[in-house]
Design a protein around this ligand. Sequence first.
Ligand SMILES: [Zn+2]
Length: 252
Amino acid sequence: MIVINYIINFNYNIICIHKILCLFIKLISLATTKPVIFAFKFSKIVCMRKFLYIIPLAFHQLVYSQASKKAVPCYDFTEVLKVEPTPLYKPHLDASRSFNVNILKNTSQVQKYINKGKFHTVKKSGKGYKVQKLDYSRAYLVSKAKITLEKIGSRFSKETKGHNFTVSSITRTLEDQCRLRKVNANASLGISSHNYGNSFDISYVRFNNKLKTNPKLEVALEKVLKYYANAGRIYYIKERQQSCFHVTVRNY
Ligand SMILES: [Zn+2]
């Protein structure tokens, strides 16, 4: 419907611009050659003023269709809810739902939780970790998740004598997820545990801010994650397509 509207409006605009241009050329040519005919034709042209109202009308329609396009979310929420999580992923979603945070759809909902004091800013770097530039996620987590990330970083730093890992993604809204899907077809179509503020991704190919595989540090990182998973504090999945560990903090 929006597309049809847009095409109609576009055609209107083309017709209007074409008519105005034709009239303009006629005016100039007549004014310079035949003044009497010009006067006659000009009165005729004035009678064609009815065309002029089409311009603001078409403009209004165009603006209106653009505005309505903005109001329509980029996802179908009922379809998003229908996507069944894999058995491996299900515990992550169950853990996320235990924090009393509703699925984050857009920026204003994230802001609501920040204002309430429920979401906390994740520092760009801390002991044992760095947060890379986030294009499709936001550096906010619920308190327990933020503290757990800091503990994972601190333990990793201690075990590796000062190395650090990279956090590659944190909290995402459903709108962020639409944008991500445009560049990464593997991004979840359904609900992600990143949509609740208690999940983050840790790259296993970027240590000390350098994109380079490091099997020793990768093993050390997984050892730390295993320790917290066994302690009942996190769930984690090794995501090979993204070269990261997807970590979800449980409400322990
Ligand atoms: Zn993830």
